[in-house]
Design a protein around this ligand. Structure first.
Ligand SMILES: C[S@@+](CC[C@H](N)C(=O)[O-])C[C@H]1O[C@@H](n2cnc3c(N)ncnc32)[C@H](O)[C@@H]1O
Length: 281
């Protein structure tokens, strides 16, 4: 039984970190003429309304994209991502927040492809409505994204970004991420893989970064953004992280500039902070 709906959380601090990194990864792949694929194993609904429905209940976007929306001092790399969010908002008001499929699609050239997987039938239906008329560039499968790696890797152009962004509703997601990566890396060792994970009190979440680092990989980057002190009762998410396998060489330097800014703007108390590390540190 799937209960997670990303619409409750769209545009929160975790989406900001994840989607900023996603845009950076796509931009880098787009620097060479050769085509690339983006495979989004947990795509969500693709685009979210912020002023109606689920998003209005918790208003998580207010402490995420909402805090960046009117900033006049955005660093250039972050402004690139915020400009993409602006592109799906017709006026000055923040009313829509794009999900990973929408953001990735904006960065693609005609020769690139987007392969989307979403298991929840309702979100998959919304995703299909949001992405109709995209022709062969976009394909949407209602199904298990972990199986996508077996089916699609290696991709025909031998250049791809795989975004793995599960809901972590159950502890299976933690082990599934590791086994999907083991499978993916066996089939396509040179691909770029980006895994998002939540910072939670639960043991599986705390152990995931170490497990990712122990995969048979030579090149990785890990960035985490904590927005507040963990709650005393152990409930709730106090931050999140992105673990990137085979990152662009430019990403570490870009994040060195951006992470302190994100802590300043998105931090909610003295417990806010970031970590940034890479293979060999
Ligand atoms: C965190 S949300 C994805 C958000 C999206 N990647 C974004 O950044 O806009 C996780 C999504 O994964 C879906 N999901 C859960 N298990 C799945 C699975 N095994 N395969 C594909 N999708 C799954 C959920 O229904 C949910 O929409």
């Amino acid at each position: 039984m799937l209960s997670y709906r990303h619409a409750f959380h769209a545009g929160n601090h975790a989406d900001v970190l994840k989607h900023f990194v996603l845009v950076q990864l796509c931009r880098y792949l787009g620097q060479k003429d050769k085509p690339f694929w983006v495979i989004d194993t947990h795509a969500g609904a693709g685009l979210y309304e912020l002023d109606t429905g689920y998003a209005t209940q918790l208003k998580e976007y207010a402490d995420g994209i909402g805090r960046l929306w009117t900033r006049p001092d955005l660093p250039a790399a972050l402004a690139d991502y915020v400009d993409l969010v602006r592109a799906c908002n017709p006026g000055d008001t923040l009313r829509f927040y794009p999900g990973s499929p929408w953001l990735a699609l904006q960065t693609l050239r005609p020769q690139d492809r987007l392969r989307l997987f979403e298991l929840h039938s309702s979100d998959s239906k919304i995703l299909q409505e949001n992405f109709r008329d995209q022709g062969r560039q976009v394909s949407i499968t209602t199904g298990n994204g972990y199986h996508a790696l077996k089916a699609l890797l290696p991709p025909p152009p031998r250049r791809a970004l795989v975004l793995i962004d599960p809901p972590y509703e159950t502890r299976d997601d933690y082990s599934n991420v590791i086994s999907a990566l083991q499978e993916g890396l066996t089939r396509f060792a040179t691909g770029t893989y980006a895994v998002w994970y939540p910072q939670l009190a639960r043991q599986e979440a705390r152990q995931l970064p170490d497990k990712l680092m122990r995969l048979p990989i030579r090149n990785w980057l890990h960035a985490s953004l904590t927005v507040h002190t963990p709650s005393v009762d152990g409930f709730g998410m106090h931050g999140s992280g992105m673990f990137v396998i085979n990152p662009p060489w430019t990403l570490h330097q870009t994040l060195e500039g951006i992470m302190p800014y994100l802590v300043r703007v998105l931090g909610q108390d003295a417990g806010a902070g970031f970590t940034l590390s890479k293979e060999g540190d």
